[in-house]
Design a protein around this ligand. Structure first.
Ligand code: 5GP
Ligand code: MN
Length: 342
């Protein structure tokens, strides 16, 4: 792993050892990887190093992922930045990916900033030290290898909570080893299991602890709001449907993967209505770089096979009624250009 060079590890140690008060942050609407690596970093700072630390995170979290932050001092109050002398950012490439209310205060904070991430194109000018690696499963895996190196090639000194959080982050970003699995990913999993991490318990909590609302909403959405057109599929989740099933943050996680189980479907998109915009999730099969569609048509980006973005009602599309026409037009155009390439 190129980014784990001696210089970067030494600089990391210097910055962390010089700090007394650290704020740890990830991207808005944190997923399991975001929560896994901020939690592990927090436990490392507070348990292993005895630092004052806090995780700056939105209040509304997925109820099946919230446990990853057990034992973490978390806050959504930006005044925590006032006394901080180091910011550690994980699982995103640019500060614009943090929650809207956090972005400017973090930008203005004079503390040094470290980035640990696995997306393309980190915003170099925003950080003092960057660990960036895309040939890896997750930010949690990258943090695992960094911490192991920093500790002198051992996991000794890391708490069970930190190790468990790292396993959670890697497990969710690989969709339980279904994608983005590298040789290093299996090595990490093996070492975490050997260190006593309870993977069965993680699987139960993350994948088998939902409310029935989720399963019923997914059944309804697949039956009534799934459009399959040639090699792509999309699902629209309106506010009315969210209300009908009482859907909460994170409760439809994974829905976007389901249409990809159809042989001919190469791209799957979900568009979930929020206040004045749709949150867009995109997934694709190998060979189709859906982050290009996210950037071109949904103000977003991400990984080649898993990306996201937004579509604003009023500016991008005049009204909800034209959503299907917009999605179909831009996806068909995108697929045409990707196929030309292949
Ligand atoms: P999800 O569909 O699970 O919300 O997001 C999948 C991936 O897409 C994330 O891990 C992240 O890399 C990327 N992503 C999601 N939303 C956005 C966005 O609004 N902007 C950018 N640049 N990337 C996003
Ligand atoms: Mn991630």
């Amino acid at each position: 792993m190129n980014c784990l060079q001696h210089d970067s590890i030494s600089r990391f140690k210097e910055l962390v050892h010089a700090a007394t008060n650290v704020v740890v942050v990830s991207h808005t609407h944190p997923d399991g990887d975001a929560l896994g690596c901020v939690s592990a970093m927090y436990h490392y700072l507070s348990y292993t190093l005895g630092k004052e630390a806090a995780v700056l995170v939105e209040r509304d979290l997925s109820s099946t992922l919230e446990f990853i932050l057990n034992g973490v001092r978390k806050t959504d109050d930006i005044s925590v930045l006032e006394g901080c002398d180091l910011i550690i950012a994980l699982d995103f490439n640019c500060l614009s990916r943090t929650a809207e209310q956090f972005e400017d205060p973090i930008r203005q904070c004079r503390a040094p900033k470290i980035l640990i991430d696995h997306h393309l194109n980190p915003c170099k000018e925003e950080f003092d030290l960057i660990f960036s690696e895309t040939a890896i499963s997750s930010a949690s895996e990258l943090l695992f290898w960094i911490l192991k190196k920093v500790q002198g090639d051992t996991l000794r000194g890391l708490s069970k909570r930190a190790l468990t959080a790292l396993m959670c982050g890697m497990t969710t970003d690989t969709n339980n080893f279904a994608n983005s699995v590298w040789p290093s990913t299996l090595e990490m999993a093996s070492q975490l299991l050997a260190a006593g991490v309870d993977r069965d318990d993680i699987i139960r909590r993350i994948f088998n602890s939902y409310r029935s609302n989720r399963v019923k909403a997914i059944g309804y959405l697949l039956d009534n709001h799934l459009t399959i057109s040639g090699s792509y599929a999309y699902i629209t989740v309106s506010r009315e449907v969210k209300k009908k099933f009482g859907i909460r943050e994170g409760e439809l996680e994974g829905l976007v993967n389901i249409p990809l189980s159809i042989k001919k479907v190469k791209v799957s998109i979900t568009l979930t209505e929020d206040d004045g915009y749709y949150r867009v999730s995109l997934r694709s099969k190998r060979g189709i770089r859906v982050n290009r569609l996210a950037a071109a048509s949904f103000h977003g980006g991400g990984h080649e096979q898993a990306s996201g973005g937004r579509l604003y009602i009023g500016s991008d599309i005049p009204s909800r009624e034209v959503l299907p026409a917009y999605v179909e037009e831009c996806t068909a155009r995108f697929l045409h250009s990707e196929k030309e390439r292949i």
